[in-house]
Design a protein around this ligand. Structure first.
Ligand SMILES: [Zn+2]
Length: 286
């Protein structure tokens, strides 16, 4: 009887320390997921961002376990602006930057060279970027950030969104057509479509817009209760599990591709271009 080989471990914290020492020799990309617990309308659970984030990353790691090791998710994010909605958890901006960076820097101190902070919540994006920069500056490791949730950053699946979406511009921002479709596919038990309703309360200006063909010039995050009655920005009513399945599949495949490409980045030496200090014997008239 054929015996399936033991599947390769992909969860960072399931390795023993001798196994971690072996992993160092092959240098997989270390994935650090950062999500949040926040309101997602009347129809979705507070864990929507973490569910989508872990859904994508864990499936990618199952398919390509040799290319990545996935750290436990940091489940809380920068969310003060959602605190008017019951249940949201808010972490101080500076605390969060330092906390995320401390995890990444710990990984780098053990000798891992490639660390990818993978963000699942809009307001964490600048935090993830700053934590990655801090890690590069303090350790020299290659550390970057990205957001696979298309409501946060559509870049990875912009073509799939454009060809499959049914909502009008502005329909994909938060607890929207995208996030609801993903949840209908990943965790339909946590979706109540009878409670789903569109909310287009945020303003659209020439230089400020969410989810429009032209990019927003202005970056602005207001208190959510000032513009959203439901804790929704967009239109979840047109969401389907089929669209979620299509988005999920393409996202996972492209995420694996991205990780493999990221892994090929060489760690190049720094060069100090300052002139060499003059020896003391050469005098000087300071
Ligand atoms: Zn979300």
């Amino acid at each position: 009887m054929a015996v399936n080989p033991t599947p390769m471990k992909w969860r960072y914290d399931e390795l023993s320390w001798p196994e971690m020492a072996e992993a160092l020799a092959r240098q997989p990309v270390i994935i650090l997921p950062v999500g949040t617990v926040e309101d997602h309308g009347r129809h979705l659970a507070l864990n929507t961002d973490n569910t989508i984030l872990e859904g994508i990353i864990h499936e990618a790691a199952r398919r390509a376990p040799g290319d990545m090791l996935v750290l436990p998710t940091i489940p809380y994010g920068l969310d003060e602006h959602h605190m008017d909605f019951p249940g949201t958890i808010s972490i101080n901006i500076h605390t969060l930057i330092d906390y995320v960076a401390d995890v990444a820097i710990s990984v780098a101190r053990h000798g891992f060279t490639h660390i990818l902070i993978v963000n699942g919540h809009g307001s964490n994006a600048p935090v993830a970027d700053l934590a990655a920069r801090k890690t590069v500056i303090e350790t020299g490791a290659i550390c970057a950030s990205m957001s696979p949730n298309a409501a946060v950053d559509p870049a990875l699946v912009a073509d799939v969104l454009a060809e499959g979406r049914r909502s009008a511009p502005g329909g994909i921002a938060h607890a929207c057509e995208y996030e609801t479709s993903m949840m209908l596919y990943l965790r339909p038990d946590l979706v109540d479509m009878s409670q789903a309703a569109a909310d287009f309360g945020q303003v659209t200006l020439k230089y400020f817009n969410w989810d429009h063909d032209r990019p927003s010039v202005l970056a602005w995050q207001d208190w959510w209760s000032r513009f959203s009655k439901l804790g929704v920005a967009g239109d979840p009513t047109v969401a389907t599990a089929e669209f979620g399945a299509r988005l999920f599949e393409v996202t996972v495949e492209r995420f694996i591709e991205l990780v493999r490409e990221f892994r090929t980045i060489r760690v190049r030496p720094r060069v100090d271009h300052h002139p060499a200090p003059r020896p003391a014997s050469s005098g000087g008239d300071l």
